[in-house]
Design a protein around this ligand. Structure first.
Ligand SMILES: Nc1ncnc2c1ncn2[C@@H]1O[C@H](COP(=O)(O)OP(=O)(O)OP(=O)(O)O)[C@@H](O)[C@H]1O
Length: 205
């Protein structure tokens, strides 16, 4: 169960952003994507998640094996914390939400409406969904936005446990997650030429 990305080129809004991106990942490994704002980290993750097509290149990821945590928390505001996690657990055929509640320090908040959570609490709930997917590859887009220092550390622990259990993670982040074992991919090396192209991807924006 390896992840392999070869010679990948991606665009957004008709503008090529990255070209020739390549890397591989084996169970237990994490890759941190680094690049300045607007360079294309989100666009690359969206392509890996299957939300938009690449311009060219190959993406081989574990089938049905990807969990994507985007900028949006993706929570249902009218459901409680516990109901949100139960919902996602049922979608993925997972029975237990206890670990997700505990690892993200949500036990005391489990009956609160998700819409009433603070920004950092919402983010913790959004990330807790990862634990009820049972999926091996986590695609994480700026996962620590709104998290305080202790929640960042807690999240780092969760990712480390995921890797220790044979999981993998690809993480776009501007901050140090405290994962020294993660490899870093500097996307500046893959910056695309500045020519514009047609707007073939506009349906996927
Ligand atoms: N829906 C859209 N339509 C057109 N262009 C877009 C759209 N979304 C993003 N872009 C542009 O695509 C480029 C890459 O954006 P992307 O979100 O992938 O960058 P990023 O590296 O993740 O940035 P950041 O670090 O700020 O999150 C940016 O110039 C952005 O303005």
């Amino acid at each position: 169960m390896e992840c392999m990305v070869q010679d990948l080129s991606v665009a957004r809004g008709g503008v090529p952003l990255l070209q020739g991106v390549g890397f591989s990942l084996v169970p237990g490994e994490a890759l941190v994507l680094r690049a300045p704002n607007g360079a294309g980290k989100t666009t690359l993750l969206r392509c890996l998640a299957g939300l938009q097509p690449p311009l060219s290149g190959q993406v081989n990821l574990p089938e049905e094996g990807v969990a994507y945590a985007s900028h949006a928390d993706g929570i249902k505001t009218q459901l409680s914390v516990r109901e949100n996690l139960r919902f996602w657990a049922s979608v993925h055929g997972v029975a237990d939400i206890g670990e997700a509640l505990e690892r993200f320090d949500l036990v005391g908040l489990q009956t609160r409406l998700a819409g009433h959570l603070s920004a950092g609490q919402k983010r913790r709930l959004g990330l807790a969904r990862l634990l009820v997917t049972g999926r091996p590859l986590w695609l994480l887009d700026e996962p620590t936005v709104s998290l305080d220092t202790s929640a960042v550390a807690l999240f780092g622990d969760v990712v480390r446990s995921h890797l220790a259990g044979g999981g993998m993670a690809i993480i776009a982040t501007h901050i140090d997650l405290g994962l020294p074992e993660a490899r870093v991919l500097e996307l500046g090396a893959f910056k695309a030429r500045a020519d514009t192209m047609d707007t073939f991807d506009e349906a996927f924006l």
